[in-house]
Design a protein around this ligand. Structure first.
Ligand code: CA
Length: 226
């Protein structure tokens, strides 16, 4: 992961919104690739290997934004910023199976969207800068170059946040980390969620990695990876 801003894929059928978001991201130095439905969106993401995907939920055709996100999560931990038209979609967007990293509700300010995109990408960069390319913890490999987790050589689908959490634990192996430390280190100090968020994500990691993840609960403190 270099210092160049890189590519962002925007999947949005509303041309005005796509253009506006593209304009703002372009000004930030990102290369923007647009797609107007789920199928071409998935194809663009596959070809471009973007640093982030801006994904509208309501898309024409057979595959809506939620389905695009679900499919992406089978093979990649690329960060996903959801665009949603309705408040009541948010619970589904943030559902961990869906694996979106953040969302904005329309109408949104493109400025705020760019700020939040920058925050997501900065988190990734800070976390991995100067680290070894591949961290090994028993049967688990955390590949910082590909942002990929492998169990016995097989890729385990992760959301971006789950990936960051595991990478952070791996980098601080053997240390008891409090939920607050994990929130600050992985979600960033500006994160407004509560500490149970950490437990939910730890639960997902345990579910995905099973007994291979030697993760201890340190009572009264938090977690430690052995
Ligand atoms: Ca739409």
């Amino acid at each position: 992961m270099g210092s160049e801003p890189g590519t962002i894929v925007i999947v949005e059928d509303d041309e005005n919104i796509a253009d506006l978001v593209g304009l703002y991201l372009g000004r930030e130095g990102y290369r923007v690739v647009k797609a107007r439905d789920g199928e071409s969106g998935l194809a663009a993401i596959e070809t471009e290997r973007p640093r982030l995907v801006v994904l509208d939920i309501g898309l024409p055709g057979a595959i809506d934004g939620l389905e695009v996100c679900r499919r992406l999560r089978k093979s990649t931990s690329v960060p996903v910023m959801m665009l949603t038209a309705r408040d009541d979609e948010i619970d589904r967007v943030l559902g961990f199976e869906m694996g979106a990293d953040d969302y904005v509700v329309k109408p949104f300010s493109p400025r705020e969207l760019t700020v939040r995109i920058r925050a997501i990408l900065r988190r990734g960069t800070e976390l991995h800068l100067g680290e070894a390319e591949i961290l090994r913890i028993g049967d688990i490999e955390v590949d910082n170059g590909r942002r990929e987790v492998r169990l016995l050589g097989k890729v385990v689908p992760m959301t971006a946040r789950e990936y960051d959490l595991l990478a952070y634990l791996a980098q601080n192996r053997g240390l008891a980390l409090s939920r607050r430390q994990l929130l600050d280190g992985v979600w960033g100090t500006g994160w407004y969620g509560d500490e149970r968020t950490v437990d939910v994500h730890i639960g997902q990691l345990r579910k995905k990695l099973g007994a291979a993840l030697q993760l201890g609960t340190v009572w009264g403190i938090g977690y430690r990876l052995d």
